[in-house]
Structures are given as structure tokens and as C-alpha cells.
Design a protein around this ligand. Structure first.
Ligand SMILES: Nc1ncnc2c1ncn2[C@@H]1O[C@H](COP(=O)(O)OP(=O)(O)OP(=O)(O)O)[C@@H](O)[C@H]1O
Length: 240
């Protein structure tokens, strides 16, 4: 008897995205992307600047809608969903991390995380979320009292505190030096391992691809290769 393949958590079929930034100007950011993402995997989305990585991630997370194609989450079709449905999808299932941390300067690390846990259905304690990213000793610090890497880890704690199934990370180390970037990638790796959160990490840094289960290469709005790493390198071992 053969084991049936696992069901994808997110399925994207033939996604296109066309922007019209000015009269008679058309930018085709995605040219037909099909992709299955599975529970618990760590995926790196690799591509040059302008290849469509952020556009794809934003559509996968319900922050943006495709021009054509379809998107489903756990078999629920989200294509053409209204803003209320997409907001519920994001709020219940998706944590986002961006290059810049977007923390509220007048709130402590714990309070920044609590902003989310206060409105989530089944959140973890803010202290637990901060502990999971190695910041148990920094809970009552304000963002200005934290390093860039620590601020990004607060942002990760905020993203995971609502127990999402999906963590979407857009250039999470883009503003950080190598050493600090690695502490941030280690935190993402730990969340993926301990909570089984599907993690998708956008980067243009080839070295980061080694920490993934699968690497998806994007070029000119199309997937040009999907490869599985036979073994994953630990974030701690990465160099660039
Ligand atoms: N709101 C928009 N209006 C017009 N064009 C856009 C818009 N957003 C993105 N684009 C264009 O779509 C293409 C893909 O952009 P996207 O930001 O997805 O690429 P990226 O791979 O994430 O790039 P980077 O690594 O530089 O962030 C680019 O040519 C970009 O200029």
C-alpha cells in the first residue's frame, strides 16, 4: 500500500499579477506561478530583485490578490474572496515578518506582542512567544533599547504569538549584518521545528537556501526551479 501524498496547506495555481502603474504602462510581476506548500516545511523563495518574490508572498498571505489564477488554503478557495474573508484568513492563519520590524516605539517588547495576542483566538502568552525567540531577558525593553536583531526577533514573537500555521518572512535579514541575521534565521528555524509552522523565507542571498527543505527559484515572475535539499544546514552554520 502506498502512502497518499500529504495535502498542501496552501495551493497556488497559475497566479499572475499585472500592475498598471501609469497610462499605457503594464508590469507583469507574476507570469503564471503554480506552487503547493506543505505543513511544517521550511521553504526559501530565492530570486533577484524584481523577480516577483514579494508579490507572490503577499498573494499567498492574502495581503494582495492575483490578476488571475487561484489560491486555496486547506482546500478552501480564496480566489476572489472579499476583504472580510481575506482579513479573517490572515488574522487566523498567517504571521508576517518584514525587513523592517514595524514595532511600536512607545511599547515594550512584551506590549508589542500583546497587541496581537489581545485580538487572537487562541494565542500563546507573550512571554512564551518572546522566550521562543530567545528574548526572555528583554521583555520589558523598549525597541530603542534593543539591537536590530533583537527587534526583528520581537517581530517574530509578535507574528507567532497567535499560533499561525504559516509564517511568511520577506527579507527578514535584509537590514542586518551576518551575525545578527543568523540569530534571526535561527529563531525562524526554531519556530518551524518546535511549532511545525510552515515557514516561507524570501531572500536574494543564495547562502540562506541551504537551511531550507525546499528552494524555489523565481525569475521574471516565473518559477524556474524547485529543488529539495537532501540535508538542511543549520542557520548557525551558514556563512555569507
Ligand atoms: N505596486 C506596484 N506597482 C507597479 N509595479 C510594481 C508594484 N509592486 C511591484 N511592482 C513591480 O513588479 C515586479 C516584481 O516586484 P516584487 O517587489 O514582487 O519583486 P521582488 O523579487 O520582491 O524584488 P525585491 O527583491 O527588490 O524586493 C517589479 O518589476 C516591480 O517593480
Amino acid at each position: 500500500m502506498t502512502t497518499p501524498p500529504p495535502s498542501p496547506l496552501i495551493r497556488a495555481l497559475d497566479l499572475t499579477k499585472v500592475y498598471y502603474p501609469g497610462a499605457a504602462v503594464e508590469v507583469r510581476a507574476l507570469g503564471g506561478v503554480s506552487l503547493d506548500l506543505f505543513p511544517g516545511e521550511l521553504v526559501v523563495l530565492l530570486g533577484a530583485s524584481g523577480s516577483g518574490k514579494s508579490t507572490l508572498l503577499n498573494i499567498l498571505g492574502g495581503l494582495d490578490t492575483p490578476t488571475s489564477g487561484s489560491l486555496s488554503y486547506r482546500g478552501q478557495d480564496l480566489t476572489g474572496a472579499d476583504e472580510t474573508t481575506l482579513t479573517a484568513y490572515r488574522r487566523e492563519n498567517v504571521g508576517f515578518i518584514f525587513q523592517f520590524y514595524n514595532l511600536i516605539p512607545s511599547l515594550t517588547a512584551r506590549e508589542n506582542v500583546a497587541l496581537i495576542t489581545d485580538i487572537a483566538d487562541d494565542p500563546m502568552d507573550p512571554a512564551e512567544a518572546l522566550n521562543r525567540v530567545g528574548l526572555s531577558g528583554r521583555m520589558d525593553h523598549f525597541p530603542s533599547q534593543l539591537s536590530g536583531g533583537e527587534q526583528q526577533r520581537v517581530a517574530i514573537a509578535r507574528a507567532i504569538a497567535k499560533n499561525p500555521d504559516v509564517l511568511l518572512c520577506d527579507e527578514p535579514t535584509g537590514a542586518l549584518d551576518v551575525r545578527t541575521g543568523i540569530t534571526v534565521l535561527s529563531a525562524i528555524e526554531r519556530i518551524n521545528a518546535e511549532l511545525g509552522t510552515l515557514a516561507v523565507v524570501i531572500t536574494h542571498n543564495v547562502a540562506i537556501a541551504d537551511m531550507a527543505d525546499r528552494v524555489i527559484l523565481l525569475s521574471d515572475g516565473r518559477i524556474t526551479d524547485i529543488r529539495a535539499n537532501a540535508t538542511r544546514r543549520r542557520a548557525e552554520e551558514l556563512e555569507w
